[in-house]
Design a protein. Structure first.
Length: 188
């Protein structure tokens, strides 16, 4: 076994919308080629986003950087660079300019890696938590969904479901509407 080089984070440019497919292909190829030591991690920086669709709360993942995938790799291993760049959907490494440097991709600085990974970790921990809890009787503005732009008053709080019953004035009548924490904003 040859001496292990240094693992660094690199940014791969990929066809936008195919990030998950590229990650899957890459992980399969890494396992098949037994390169898990040279390429231990493939990451798509994303966050969980909650949205309303047809009156139902849907969770989806939103990429922080569409068209990019992060790869932790030791590119001194001769097969690692070749494996990564020959995956369908991969356009190449970010930071390559000119034909001479195409062989030497530019790694991310540690501060950039910390910022990106920190953001990803932070999202995982926070989930749908609130930093300021809602209070019964306070005014809120609806920011998302069919009642976007309306203001209302918090009538009930369902802490376990992370939802609120908000009394919204629609066509001059008070109407109770159940909304998630992510759909409303406190009025100052």
């Amino acid at each position: 076994m040859t001496q292990m080089g240094e693992l660094k984070w690199y940014v791969l440019r990929v066809i936008s919308g195919q990030e998950k497919k590229v990650k899957s292909y890459l992980e399969t190829e890494i396992d098949r080629s037994k390169l898990t030591e040279s390429i231990p991690q493939v990451l798509i920086p994303s966050e969980k986003v909650f949205e309303m669709r047809n009156g139902k709360k849907k969770m989806r993942e939103k990429n922080f950087f569409p068209g990019y995938v992060l790869v932790s790799a030791d590119l001194s291993h001769p097969e690692a660079h070749h494996t990564v760049t020959n995956i369908p959907g991969v356009l190449g490494f970010l930071g390559n300019s000119g034909s001479g440097s195409a062989k030497d991709p530019v790694p991310l600085r540690q501060s950039e890696v910390n910022r990106i990974l920190g953001k990803v970790d932070e999202v995982d921990e926070v989930g749908e938590k609130l930093d300021k809890p809602f209070i019964k009787g306070e005014s809120v503005k609806v920011m998302d969904g069919p009642f976007s732009g309306f203001t209302g008053t918090v009538e009930e709080i369902f802490e376990d479901k992370k939802k609120l019953n908000v009394m919204v004035k629609i066509f001059g009548r008070n109407t109770p509407v159940e909304l998630s924490y992510m759909q409303v904003e406190k009025l100052d």
